[in-house]
Every structure is written in structure tokens, then in C-alpha cells.
Write a protein that binds this ligand. Structure first.
Ligand SMILES: NCc1[nH]cc(CCC(=O)O)c1CC(=O)O
Length: 357
């Protein structure tokens, strides 16, 4: 995948030059008697305040400084943790309080106002239409995109082919995601759902304390937090289609900050860019919020991008899955096309249901 040129990378990028320039500038400043002109160091990196967000930020900075060690030696970064509405409101479903924009609004504001220079996001939580003046400068290599089932009673035997069979009739599942809920209900209409919000650790603690029988979490988050051992079954994409961008970390910057955009493009993972472009185009075309049970998952096999899409009613009685494949360069078009196809074959009342205030 290396060397893949994607249509949205309009300006020719010369990562090594950009890196050299930033590194040289950092060294120059470290020797400068005068206060530096131009860009001020440290570079300020913002993220949410959750343990997962902090781990992701550290991983990203590690990756960046591996390319540009002088930045690490300079202590060139300052981390800012920004509390968002999505973190504070743990009572309601995301869908009810306004969707995924809530996890990023304050971060976007800080970036736009110049209080931070770049921001690290779980791409899954980042709305598809970014505020004007901000761009997704880089997508990092994808961690496992799959969802994981975590049981309260860890002694039961689980058949990976039929993972929900181990759950008792009418079992209560702690899950705030309409996408996961609809896909589970499609297979097990008897299951009941309750909210289990908060960060990953909080959710696992509530599960253990008996709040519910089971929960679903992204494997990526658990792995990054070193909690993969809590997983009972990893769900395959044909059992539980992941959310668009799941497992991918993305970095936003000001559109006008060409220097930082160039620097970040050096650590961009082209495969993650291609698959997330397809998944996010699908999501944008269908709805673009998390009010709707929508899944989108793409991978590249032998140079071919394969995108799966899913749309469902909240109760899981309606569930439609489709696939499309084509060249990675066509990622955005593939996403839009698959969305159009899914929309065409989805009864209108499903969309009406989604638009309910
Ligand atoms: N909505 C919260 C969120 N955002 C990203 C992840 C996991 C990490 C990732 O997908 O990269 C999680 C937790 C979860 O869904 O279990």
C-alpha cells in the first residue's frame, strides 16, 4: 500500500523535507538566544480526557517522534485534555443528546481558536462533516476493527459461531450503541438493553457489579488499554459489523496550518486513509450521526478495497447488509455508491424513524 496516492491529497507532499525543516527549526530554537519567531514550541496536542484518549495520544506522539526524534528530545509537545459534553453526560443515549459531534465540539473549538495545534480523535467519534477550517490531517494504522462480547459470568461456554446463544432468555445487555443493539436484536429479539456509559473501565466495573449480563466494546479500545483479557468472544464482522472508523485514530489540524499538515502526512497510514474514506463516505451519505444503526467496515485485500455496509431499524427487525468492491483510489465513490444502494432498498419508514427528534 505504500506510495498509494489518494485524490484528496491534492498538494504534493514531501514528508522527509517537512520533517527536516521542523527538526532543523527545533534545533535552531534550542540554540537561539532570541525568542523564536514563527511557530511557537511546544506544539499543543489536545484530546478527550478519558484513559483511552490519553493512551491514543501517547501512541500517536510516539509514532510522530519516531519519525522526528528531535521533537522528542526537545520536549516539543504539550498535552491538553479537554472535557466534552459527551464525557459529562453519562445518563442519556448519545442519539438523544445530539450524536457524535458531542465528543469533539469543545476540541474543535480549541483547535479553531488556536488554543491547541492539533487534536487526536477516535475516528469513530469524529463527525463526517468537520467544522469549516479544520481538516483530518492524518489517519493512523488501524487497530483491530472488531467488536468484542464481554460476559459477566465468565464460566459459561461460548460457541464463537453463535456467540449470543450463551445468554439467558431476556438477558439484559449494557450497551449504548444503536448499531450494536440492532445487530444483536436481529439475532436475539428477546434480549433487553440498558445504558452502560462512561469510559471503558467504568463500563467493565458496572458489568462486574451486576448491572447487566453482558456488554459489547470495541476490541481496539480494550487492547490499547491492556484489557484484552476481559474479552470473552471477538465478534466477526459478519456477526457484528463495526462502526465506520472503528479502531482508527485520526488527527485534526487547522486547514491553514500547512506545516503541521505536511508533517502529519508523513505518518499517515494510506490503507487506514483509504478504508476510513470509504466507511465515512458511506456514513455521511446515509445519515452521518449515531442516531441510526449503521455499520461500515472496509479492508484491502490484494489491492482491492472491499466495503461492507449495514443499516437496520433500532429494534433489529429490519437489517440490510451489502458489499461493494473496487480500487482504493475510488474509496469515496464506493462508500457513496453503497450508501445509495442501501438507501434504495431500505423502507422509507426506517428513515422516518431515524429522523424522529
Ligand atoms: N464511543 C467510544 C469509543 N470510541 C472509540 C472507541 C474504541 C476505540 C476505537 O474504536 O478506535 C470507543 C469505545 C468502544 O466503542 O468500545
Amino acid at each position: 500500500m505504500n506510495g498509494l496516492k489518494l485524490p484528496f491529497m491534492n498538494a504534493p507532499v514531501l514528508p522527509s523535507e517537512a520533517l527536516q525543516r521542523v527538526a532543523a527549526e527545533a534545533v535552531r530554537r534550542s540554540h537561539a538566544a532570541e525568542p523564536p519567531t514563527g511557530r511557537k514550541l511546544p506544539l499543543r496536542v489536545g484530546s478527550r480526557a478519558s484513559p483511552l484518549a490519553l493512551v491514543q495520544t501517547r501512541n500517536f506522539l510516539t509514532r510522530l517522534t519516531r519519525f522526528c526524534p528531535v521533537l522528542r528530545d526537545m520536549g516539543a509537545f504539550q498535552e491538553y485534555q479537554i472535557s466534552t459534553e459527551g464525557d459529562r453526560n453519562l445518563v442519556q443515549r448519545l442519539a438523544e443528546i445530539g450524536g457524535k459531534g458531542l465528543f469533539a465540539k469543545e476540541i474543535h473549538e480549541a483547535l479553531a481558536a488556536g488554543r491547541i495545534d492539533f487534536a487526536v480523535h477516535s475516528l469513530k467519534d469524529l463527525e463526517t462533516n468537520l467544522p469549516p477550517g479544520l481538516v483530518l490531517a492524518c489517519t493512523l494504522k488501524r487497530e483491530d476493527a472488531r467488536d468484542a462480547l464481554i460476559l459477566r459470568d465468565r464460566d459459561v461456554k461460548v460457541d464463537p459461531q453463535r456467540p449470543y446463544d450463551c445468554l439467558p432468555e431476556g438477558a439484559l445487555i449494557g450497551c449504548a450503541s444503536v448499531r450494536r443493539q440492532a445487530q444483536m436484536l436481529h439475532v436475539r429479539p428477546d434480549l433487553r438493553f440498558c445504558l452502560l456509559r462512561g469510559n471503558v473501565q467504568t463500563r467493565l466495573d458496572k458489568l462486574r457489579a451486576g448491572a447487566c449480563e453482558a456488554t459489547l466494546l470495541a476490541l481496539a479500545g480494550l487492547r490499547r488499554l491492556g484489557m484484552e483479557d476481559r474479552v470473552d468472544v471477538v465478534l466477526e464482522p459478519d456477526q457484528m459489523l463495526p462502526a465506520s472508523g472503528q479502531g482508527i485514530v485520526g488527527v485534526t489540524v487547522r486547514e491553514s496550518d500547512l506545516e503541521l499538515r505536511e508533517l502529519l502526512s508523513a505518518i499517515e497510514d494510506p490503507e487506514a486513509r483509504a478504508v476510513s474514506t470509504a466507511e465515512r463516505a458511506l456514513l455521511a451519505e446515509l445519515d452521518g450521526s449515531c442516531r441510526t444503526p449503521i455499520g461500515g467496515y472496509a479492508r484491502i485485500e490484494n489491492g482491492v478495497l472491499k466495503l461492507s455496509g449495514m443499516i437496520a431499524s433500532e429494534d433489529g427487525t429490519f437489517l440490510l447488509r451489502r458489499e461493494i468492491e473496487g480500487a482504493p483510489l475510488e474509496a469515496a465513490r464506493l462508500g457513496t455508491e453503497l450508501a445509495d444502494e442501501l438507501r434504495r432498498d431500505t423502507p422509507a419508514h426506517i428513515f422516518d424513524e431515524m429522523r424522529r427528534p
